[in-house]
Design a protein around this ligand. Structure first.
Ligand SMILES: [Zn+2]
Length: 192
């Protein structure tokens, strides 16, 4: 019985992976482990909730592009939980093939921070970035990219996955269906 408890406690110590648990009484260790797992759950849920909230804002930007009869792609840049920049595709409006949502957002974010590097920022964009925007994210040393729909034809990951800054983290698939449908509906209407 005692050996069984001892084993459980050792498992718990390994699980919580914290040197401060060394010598901690069993009851405090249990409280510590429960609090820690609760904290993990809360932060994970917050993170997911935030991802969707921020992607929803990027989606709103995509709708602004759609309102201008532009390919509906939108982006926001988040720093320390706050949206510091927004952008949507303006290639037709500006008669500039490089005026992608991400490029607008990078420039706006740098203007906001007063620095050219965005290593503490996360880009939320409704479509996987193209190679140009992926390379731009390397130049600004972007912290993280979170995208909605994948772009198997023109996305950077198909054409050249090594374009990003080595420290840039990437996640995809947030609101992928909605973001992708906005684009496919747009192109369907254009073909009619
Ligand atoms: Zn692009």
């Amino acid at each position: 019985m005692f050996q069984c408890i001892e084993r459980k406690v050792n498992e718990l110590k390994t699980d919580v992976k914290n040197p401060s648990t060394e010598g901690m009484p069993i009851c405090r260790l249990l409280i510590f482990a429960v609090r820690r797992s609760a904290f993990k759950t809360v932060t994970r849920m917050d993170h997911l909730k935030s991802d969707e909230q921020y992607m929803r804002e990027a989606y709103r930007e995509a709708l602004l592009a759609l309102g201008r009869d532009e390919v509906p792609v939108g982006a926001v840049i988040v720093s320390r939980g706050k949206i510091i920049a927004r952008g949507h595709n303006l290639t037709e409006t500006l008669n500039d093939a490089t005026a992608h949502a991400e490029m607008q957002a990078f420039t706006s974010a740098s203007n906001h921070t007063g620095g050219k590097y965005l290593n503490e920022c996360t880009l939320y964009v409704t479509l996987e970035p193209c190679p140009m925007c992926a390379a731009a994210s390397m130049w600004v040393q972007l912290g993280e990219i979170v995208y909605g729909a994948s772009d198997p034809k023109r996305g950077y990951s198909t054409l050249n996955a090594s374009l990003l800054h080595p420290k840039t983290k990437v996640r995809g698939g947030i609101m992928a269906e909605e973001c992708g449908k906005l684009l496919s509906d747009f192109f369907k209407r254009k073909r009619l």
